[in-house]
Design a protein around this ligand. Structure first.
Ligand code: CP3
Length: 363
């Protein structure tokens, strides 16, 4: 058995103490108010940045890009260099999990994700969650390199799609407006749909544990389409799977914070806040701030809420709205972020103005 030199172990322990002490993002997720909130923005690496568009051309496909550690490390670092965010998010995608389980996944320019849909018993039985960690080895290599390259005070966020949202892409074969196929399957044959969700819980837990073991400091579960589900089904297929994944991660790595983003869940956000396994919630723009500060923040740190179109528009409106968010959440754990991903039309200088404005509140 390989034995580590005790001096080595001390250095490692010291490293974690130093990085924890320096990471404002982790302190905020732990519920400690900060004089200026830590900042990162969802989809901060991507097409609104000219430097991303340039390196994107060097890969044959988007998935090849995600599986090339050199490119994925560079894309992750670009917004950190440009804006000095408090956290970096691993450059990857939520659809690497179905790809790893054996579904055919592609991305077409102008159309987004295109998958060969699954939905019958044979198709679902053919998905193998046990392949996930071997298949996604390049992603964990990217994480390890990033944690070594990033300054200790910058946190590294790992992520995955929540089972329900990933299932919508798997059953619909891409992005949907109506969710007709996935809801017909879920409502018509809930036991079969549970089989798909169970496979996703297993794969997603393994994928997030592997990211943590490779070096991420926190993880976020994106349930982008939670709002498409009615009350009982939201509990069954959004809340319960997220909770089970978070509990499994906590059992293995109790120190790593878990952020959930049940976008569009409305007052059901309160049920997520009540789960002790969930440390923080990312808010969409429909949640009213007073309600969130009163009913969610005592139980979970809060992140998000700024409508991404505000950042496309820029100017005073964007800054006033940002101030309203910081003021509403200043009494508890708060991470400044958008209500959904930054969109490709966003002028990069508007993001710079937003970050400068929030940081200047501290001086
Ligand atoms: O900076 C970051 O946040 C890191 C990377 C990241 C990507 N996707 C890169 C990406 C993250 C966290 C995601 C999450 C993701 N992917 C979600 C959840 C968050 C959300 O926005 O709701 C979803 C639903 C997906 C699925 C997905 N991937 C879609 C619908 C698309 C096409 C349309 C779009 O929004 O871009 C993608 C492709 C994708 N993922 C791109 C990037 C940079 C663009 C593809 C390209 O550059 O060719």
């Amino acid at each position: 058995m390989h034995r580590r030199d005790p001096a080595d172990r001390d250095r490692q322990a010291n490293h974690w103490v130093i990085s924890l002490a320096k990471q404002k993002f982790l302190a905020a997720l732990g519920g400690e108010p900060q004089s200026v909130p830590p900042i990162w923005i969802m989809r901060q690496a991507g097409r609104y940045l000219p430097e991303y568009r340039e390196i994107r051309q060097t890969a044959a496909s988007f998935l090849d890009f995600c599986y090339s550690p050199d490119l994925a490390v560079e894309a992750t670092m670009q917004p950190i260099r440009r804006y000095g965010f408090d956290a970096a998010i691993l450059f990857s995608d939520i659809l690497v999990v179905p790809d790893a389980m054996g579904q055919e996944v592609g991305f077409e320019t102008g159309r987004g994700p295109v998958l060969v849909p699954v939905g019958d018993r044979a198709g679902i039985a053919g998905l193998d969650p046990a392949r996930t960690v071997d298949y996604l080895a390049p992603v964990y290599e990217t994480v390890g390199r990033l944690r070594a390259d990033l300054p200790t005070e910058v946190s590294l966020i790992g992520f995955a799609g929540a089972p329900w949202t990933v299932a919508t892409y798997m059953v619909e074969g891409g992005t949907s407006r109506t969710f007709e196929n996935v809801k017909s399957l879920a409502f018509g044959d809930p036991d079969l749909f549970d089989d798909l969700i169970e496979r996703l819980i297993e794969a997603t837990t393994a994928h997030l544990n592997a990211q943590i073991e490779a070096g991420v400091d926190a993880v976020q579960l994106f349930d982008t389409w939670a709002g498409a589900l009615p009350e009982n089904e939201l509990k069954r297929w959004s809340l319960n799977p997220i909770r089970r994944i978070a509990a499994a991660l906590k059992a293995a790595h109790p120190e790593v914070p878990v952020i959930a983003f049940p976008r569009g869940a409305g007052v059901a956000y309160a049920a997520f806040a009540a789960c002790p396994e969930i440390d923080a919630l990312s808010l969409d723009h429909s949640i009213t701030r007073d309600w969130a500060a009163k009913h969610l923040q005592p139980h979970a740190a809060l992140q998000g809420n700024l409508d991404p179109i505000r950042v496309v528009a820029g100017g005073e409106g964007m800054l006033q709205e940002a101030d309203a968010i910081v003021d509403a959440f200043s009494a508890g754990g708060h991470v400044f972020n958008l209500a959904h991903g930054v969109i490709p039309q966003t002028p990069p200088e508007h993001v710079a103005a937003l970050v400068d404005h929030i940081r200047s509140r501290g001086s």
